[in-house]
Design a protein around this ligand. Structure first.
Ligand code: 2AM
Length: 501
């Protein structure tokens, strides 16, 4: 017998919405569902008659709202942006004080801040929750990053903890094997309260920025194995499988190994990667991360390089034309294969550490900017299961923040410091070889430059500031005077017109 009122509701029955609704119903919650196009709702409910919690289809928003137990909790999973605002506008007149709207879409965190504020003024509560893990994650356990009022989170917590991905409490490894109607039992849920208003969506955005970095770095390892050693995809697949047993153990390394071993289904002979066109798409969250880094003045060059790598990949025709005109060095690597594969492994690991250091630096700066109090160890923990960047490595980040919750930069943690110290020779060798042989490795090189810049007590910005003082009277501080005291030299008239910089 269905309950008179559902435990929760969900609006937007595209694949993510359907999968999240089924995940919720699998955990015994009765869920009301609504979609703008009613046929989709009818079809979805008819196709899934026997979920443990039960699906209730609603034809109108009014019917949907009335079917929910109070305080009402309703998840919106529609396109981020205008569609989300349209759904919220439709809901507001139908809701009562303290009802909770949860936006599970990929919203820009500043939109979430705006929406939370506007709804609070109407006595309503709003949670912006990052949902990571794609369609599969939504169905069998995503990583969930909720932000909003803490009391509202407490209402949502039982559902969010039930449906989140689970990891083993001891090893931190994801617990796999969920089936329709049979979710996994036990384990630690990959969700935690992130912070006020837009904090959840901000952290989701950083997750995606880090994901851009991880993916591009793996592609550079692949490019170097091919470009310097002439390895075939299947051989590289075996190497990635081996790497997946060690420090690089992660979802993205695992799927890379599978992809490299895959044959083209059409020709049945060629490697699948060899028939895939080398242009990558993007939906914008990596760009958001990089734009935000620029806005806040936080160095996140490796993540930005990963975004630019996709941009340059999209210039396929131009690159094909340029390849006939612009010549590289023509130098070949002649050393040991085994040694170079090990060096590429280390270069990948060190670059990854720098990229994560940048992502966590961004979160650290954002929390001050937006008034959040983020728990970085917990954030790393909820990335361990469900999401695309899930990796054994995240445990090391959690441990680093347990050692020092106020860690200024991940690189300063003893484990990461020691790891980079040990591996940097290999990392430098790979970046040099890439440059010498003309194989593009933008994130490896950028991460190394980040490392070398961050560990420099003195950078050439002294000269830069002197240039600024010369042409724009921007003043300079002195090494032998307290910070905050500014000086200026009356330089000779510059020969060119004055320019702002
Ligand atoms: P539809 O099936 O009626 O198109 C992803 O596109 C989901 O968002 C779909 O469920 C879609 O509904 C919904 N959606 C997109 N724009 C919407 C809007 N302005 N109002 C309500 N739902 C919308």
């Amino acid at each position: 017998m269905p309950k008179t009122h559902s435990d929760i509701g969900l609006i937007g029955l595209a694949v993510m919405g359907q999968n999240l609704a089924l995940n919720i119903a699998d955990h015994g919650f009765q869920i009301s569902v609504y979609n703008r196009t009613t046929e989709k709702t009818d079809k979805f409910v008819a196709e899934n008659p026997n979920t443990p919690g039960g699906l209730v289809g609603a034809k109108t928003l009014q019917e949907f709202v009335q079917s929910l137990s109070k305080p009402r909790k309703m998840v919106i999973l529609v396109q981020a942006g205008k569609a989300t605002d349209a759904v919220i506008d439709g809901l507001v007149p139908l809701l009562e004080k303290d009802d909770i709207i949860i936006d599970g879409g990929n919203a820009l965190w500043t939109d979430t801040i705006r929406r939370e504020k506007a709804l609070k003024e109407k006595g309503l509560r709003f949670i912006g929750s990052g949902v990571s893990g794609g369609e599969e994650g939504a169905r069998f356990g995503p990583s969930l990053m909720p932000g909003g009022e803490f009391a509202a989170w407490k209402e949502l917590k039982p559902v969010w903890e039930a449906i989140a991905a689970k990891v083993d409490g001891k090893t931190g490894k994801p617990i796999m094997g969920a089936q329709p109607g049979k979710p996994v039992k036990g384990g630690v849920p990959c969700t935690t309260y992130i912070g006020e208003n837009g904090a959840g969506h901000y952290v989701k955005m950083i997750h995606n920025g880090i994901e851009y970095g991880d993916m591009q770095m793996i592609c550079e390892a692949y490019a170097l194995m091919g470009g310097l050693l002439g390895l075939k995809p299947a051989e590289m697949g075996a190497i990635f499988s081996e790497w997946n047993q060690g420090a690089l153990d992660s979802f993205l390394i695992e799927i890379t190994a599978d992809i490299l071993k895959q044959k083209d289904p059409k020709t049945k002979k060629k490697a699948f990667v060899d028939v895939v066109l080398d242009t990558a798409g993007q939906k914008g969250t990596g760009k958001w991360t990089s734009t935000n880094a620029l806005d806040m003045g936080v160095p996140a060059p490796t993540i930005a390089e990963a975004v630019f790598a996709r941009c340059i990949s999209a210039l396929k025709d131009e690159r094909v034309a340029a390849s006939k005109i612009l010549k590289g060095p023509g130098k070949k690597y002649k050393g040991s294969k085994k040694a170079l594969v090990a060096a590429i492994h280390d270069a990948l690991y060190c670059s990854k550490i720098c990229s994560y250091a940048q992502g966590f630096q961004l979160m650290r700066t954002a929390q001050a900017e937006f008034g959040w109090k983020l728990n970085f160890g917990e954030i790393a923990q909820i990335f361990r299961g469900g999401c695309i960047i899930r990796a054994a490595f995240l445990q090391k980040i959690t441990e680093a923040y347990a050692r020092n919750p106020n860690l200024a930069n991940l690189l300063l943690d003893p484990y990461f410091n020691k790891t980079v110290k040990k591996a940097q020779e290999n990392w430098r060798k790979v970046v040099s070889l890439a440059a010498e042989c003309g194989v593009p490795a933008p994130t490896f090189a950028s991460a190394l430059a980040y490392y070398d810049s961050y560990r420099s007590a003195r950078l050439p910005a002294n000269l830069l500031q002197a240039q600024r003082d010369y042409f724009g009277a921007h003043t300079y501080e002195r090494v032998d005077q307290p910070r905050g005291k500014f000086f200026h030299i009356d330089w000779p008239e510059p020969s060119r017109p004055q320019i702002e910089a």
